[in-house]
Design a protein around this ligand. Structure first.
Ligand SMILES: Cc1cc2nc3c(=O)[nH]c(=O)nc-3n(C[C@H](O)[C@H](O)[C@H](O)COP(=O)(O)OP(=O)(O)OC[C@H]3O[C@@H](n4cnc5c(N)ncnc54)[C@H](O)[C@@H]3O)c2cc1C
Length: 439
């Protein structure tokens, strides 16, 4: 170990503990679907996840509902994502809202359902394993480095998929990222579950299902009263509020806290976690003290980590623009869809910009790959899109859709020993259609 005043240089031997066709980093909606898709395509597949359960924002962040699988009752995200939803529903852990295809869920059954599907597909799971770097030669990733109780370990692969949300693997490999151009990142928010809520009251019953096209599903009567009382009660910045059923009487998942933060800056995000935890309990008390529906409520759970809406996105071979997106431009290499409004939350104050789509949009394969990285795909939140197109594509059904495409593409490229830039698009799209993707 060498040490200078500012930096340490550490040399250490790291064992290579596995070799795979496809290595997926991050077990959120994009990652678990990508891993299942790759494994079902016959690839020897590993999935790396920092927590001891899967699901990403749905389970670590309690982010509900899962948006959106249909557009006006027409399914736009099919295949493995929809199979997951139907299985979750059959376990009593999901409720599909019509006509928008938002899905309310029980977070604990979500974790169990995902885990079963991943293990049944034969995926090798590395839980409690934090991706901390990679070995990359001229843009080709050879191994990823993970940290866990065994120490530092390396996992080798033919093709890698970055589903960390924050684009961690792409960042470590040196992939160029989208410029932020001075625009503020969307805020971080900590969800919490309130129990003891009067979920039979008309206001809460109406608010906790999200089933009206063209309407922002926040709880308007409570929002208006909160805004009127904001100065008097010194209410912190908030969004919505949105309430979502967790499928248990008396319980709602609450989305209302917000703070400006860059979740990819450790100190900044630490501060945000602490502010948001304080705000959860302040908000819970404000609801309890001022609204009859919440008079007997209490905080039953706070999300494992603050919810992150926006961080890094790669500069891909193609960047989806808002113009293409809202006009439902159909690409030669369309591999998935999106139907959620363009949904931009202000990092300060209580506002939000929501632009509803007139038709469901498309996602090209080229938004999942970068030019000079022959064995890397991304899926989910870190795909290549401008700020506005991304503000729709960031939702969970869309992330599952791109995960499915990336998983199949990675397996096909690994098998054919082909760079991801030379993927056989006709074959990829044909296979995705066969699986149920609505292209
Ligand atoms: C407050 C808020 C409200 C939202 N509202 C909605 C909504 O109503 N409907 C909706 O559908 N979506 C909503 N979203 C968006 C949605 O939750 C996310 O954009 C989506 O989950 C992103 O999916 P992903 O798979 O790309 O990343 P994530 O869900 O973030 O999953 C990434 C996974 O990778 C793991 N990981 C990350 N880094 C590492 C690492 N270095 N090593 C190992 N593992 C790692 C994480 O633990 C996680 O499991 C909301 C988000 C927020 C924050």
């Amino acid at each position: 170990m060498k040490m200078t005043a500012q930096k340490l240089t550490i040399e250490k031997e790291v064992p290579v503990v596995g070799e795979y066709d496809v290595v997926v980093c991050g077990g959120g909606p994009a990652g678990f679907v990508a891993a299942i898709a790759a494994a079902r395509e016959g690839a020897k597949t590993a999935l790396i996840e920092q927590y001891g359960f899967l699901g990403g924002m749905a389970t670590t962040g309690l982010v509900a509902p899962l948006s959106v699988f249909t557009y006006n009752n027409e399914k736009v995200i099919g295949g493995i994502p929809w199979e997951f939803i139907e299985r979750l529903e059959s376990m009593g852990g999901g409720y599909i809202e019509k006509p928008l295809g938002n899905v309310a869920f029980d977070p604990e059954l979500y974790k169990l359902c995902v885990q079963r599907m991943v293990l049944e597909a034969g995926v090798a799971l590395y839980m409690h394993s934090y991706l901390s770097g990679c070995v990359c030669e001229n843009g080709t990733i050879r191994q990823v480095i993970i940290e866990n109780k065994n120490g530092s370990e390396a996992i080798a692969g033919k093709t890698f998929i970055d589903c960390t949300g924050d684009g961690d693997l792409a960042h470590f490999a040196g992939v160029p990222m989208q410029p932020q151009n001075g625009a503020p990142l969307q805020p971080a928010s900590t969800y919490f579950i309130l129990a003891g809520v009067d979920t039979e009251s008309p206001i809460i019953k109406e608010a906790m299902h999200h089933n009206k096209q063209g309407v922002n599903c926040h709880c308007l009567p409570i929002r208006e009263k909160l805004l009127a009382m904001a100065d008097k009660l010194d209410i912190p910045d908030f969004g919505g509020p949105w309430f979502c059923t967790t499928l248990h009487d008396g319980c709602v998942a609450v989305n209302m806290t917000r703070t400006a933060a860059n979740a990819c800056d450790n100190r900044d995000f630490t501060g945000a976690e602490c502010r948001l935890r304080e705000d959860v309990f302040r908000m819970a008390k404000i609801l309890r003290d001022n609204f009859e529906e919440f008079r007997n409520s209490y905080v039953a759970a706070v999300s494992t980590q603050a919810g992150v809406r926006e961080t890094r996105r790669i500069k891909g071979v193609h960047t989806i623009t808002a113009d293409e997106y809202v006009n439902a431009h159909r690409y030669d290499d369309s591999i998935s869809r999106g139907a959620h409004p363009i949904d931009i939350h202000s990092s300060k104050g209580a506002t939000q910009e929501a632009t509803f789509l007139k038709q469901a949009a498309y996602v090209p394969y080229r938004a999942l790959i970068a030019a000079d990285y022959p064995n890397l795909l991304v899926a989910g939140r870190c795909l290549s899109a401008d700020r506005r197109a991304f503000a729709s594509l960031r939702v969970q059904a869309s992330c599952m859709g791109t995960g499915q495409a990336a998983g199949v593409a990675a397996a096909q490229c690994a098998k054919a020993d082909t760079a991801v830039q030379n993927a056989d698009i006709t074959r990829l799209v044909a296979r995705l259609r066969e699986m149920g993707a609505m292209l």
